[in-house]
Design a binder for this molecule. Structure first.
Ligand code: ADP
Ligand code: NA
Length: 344
């Protein structure tokens, strides 16, 4: 079979928040204990929604700093930014010719981001999932830790890999490039959507996910927020008038309370049952104070280390250069085989 390999990415499109941290970065850190991992700052994706971004380079460094501050080891694993490795764009072009318009038309993230103005969004925004498939498959990665919102895109990568393997089955076999019993060239990458915070919701609206692009600053906790800001944001977090329930089933139909308990569970490692045993039936304000203390305790050191690293851009750029060189070697080998398979 395929060698197990983890790949995932984060866009350098602004403030990293608690959702990115719990849904993705914490998982990235955990995976490196058991797997070979490649973590990418996906800067090519960052220009799909907005082309001109004077802060792009700073934001690339910030996401890199967050990876390192959270505990990703760039020596044992690979950390780099996507635009350094041309093979991502090269394979994405092939995938533009493998994936079908109908598949991309069904992507809910495109529908959300394009809204009603479909005629006037970039072609890149529409084709974005093919680039993401290429990000994963140009390393023949097998595992993709992501938040819930990315599940559909990883499924598209699976469909694209399967169609490529099927369309070129004879070529792959003739060249001896198939792997395992099924004899495909690309693996079926598996989304790893795990833990209690795979979809952290906005603090202002329990029905929307916490997002970098939400215009309300109070909707999210940023990784670099100081203790006072974290306290203020949790104090203002929307809740219903009922006290916390004493049992988990009492969270049903109460998205804001459920979200805050989920955040507490993810940050502390405690189960929702144990949390509600402590805080159920009590004042929301007491729980929010405990949540604030916990978040400050967990995020404070990460934010401080991020700030320290960002102050040393030469170091960050050296990490990205080294990671990019190591990633290129692997991607080139796969892309050379893809060219043989396609017949270039
Ligand atoms: P954003 O969606 O904030 O613009 P990205 O698209 O760069 O961020 O996503 C980076 C990673 O963070 C992805 O794995 C994504 O699934 C995860 N993620 C983003 N928002 C959340 C959230 N609210 N809860 C859990 N995970 C999230
Ligand atoms: Na996202």
């Amino acid at each position: 079979g395929f060698q197990p390999l983890v790949f995932s990415g984060i866009q350098p499109t602004g403030n990293l928040h608690l959702g990115n941290y719990l849904g993705a970065i914490v998982r990235f850190v955990a995976m490196q204990e058991t797997h070979d991992c490649i973590y990418c700052v996906v800067d090519l994706h960052a220009i799909t929604a907005q082309l001109v971004q004077p802060e792009l380079k700073t934001q690339i460094r910030e996401v890199t700093a967050a990876f390192l501050a959270a505990g990703i080891d760039p020596k044992k694993h690979i950390v780099f930014n996507q635009s350094r490795v041309v093979e991502h764009a090269e394979l994405a072009w092939v995938f533009n010719c493998v994936a079908r318009m109908g598949w991309l038309n069904r992507m809910t993230q495109f529908k959300d981001k394009a809204g009603k103005d479909r005629e006037n969004v970039s072609v890149g925004l529409f084709a974005y999932p093919n680039l993401m498939s290429a990000d994963i498959l140009v390393y023949r990665a097998t595992h993709v830790p992501v938040g819930e919102d990315q599940k559909q895109h990883v499924e598209l990568a699976r469909d694209t890999a399967a169609k490529f393997n099927n369309d070129f089955a004879e070529r792959i076999a003739a060249l001896g490039l198939g792997v395992g019993e099924a004899g495909g060239f690309f693996p079926q990458p598996e989304p790893l959507i795990q833990g209690p915070a795979t979809r952290v919701m906005s603090l202002r609206d329990g029905t929307k996910k916490m997002s970098k692009s939400d215009p309300s600053d109070y909707s999210r906790i940023n990784l670099t927020d100081d203790a006072d800001t974290i306290a203020q944001k949790f104090r203002k977090a929307k809740t219903d008038p009922e006290p916390l329930p004493t049992e988990v089933k009492g969270l049903e139909g109460r998205p804001e309370a459920d979200n805050l308990v989920g955040i507490y569970a993810a940050l502390s490692g405690a189960t929702p049952e144990a949390i509600l045993a402590d805080y159920g039936a009590g004042q929301f304000s007491r729980f929010k104070q405990a949540l604030t203390d916990l978040a400050v305790d967990k995020l404070g050191p990460v934010g401080a280390e991020m700030k320290r690293l960002v102050a040393d851009p030469a170091y960050i750029d050296a990490v990205l250069k080294d990671g990019g060189e190591r990633a290129s070697l692997r991607a080139r080998k796969v892309m050379d085989d893809v060219k043989d398979i396609v017949g270039f």
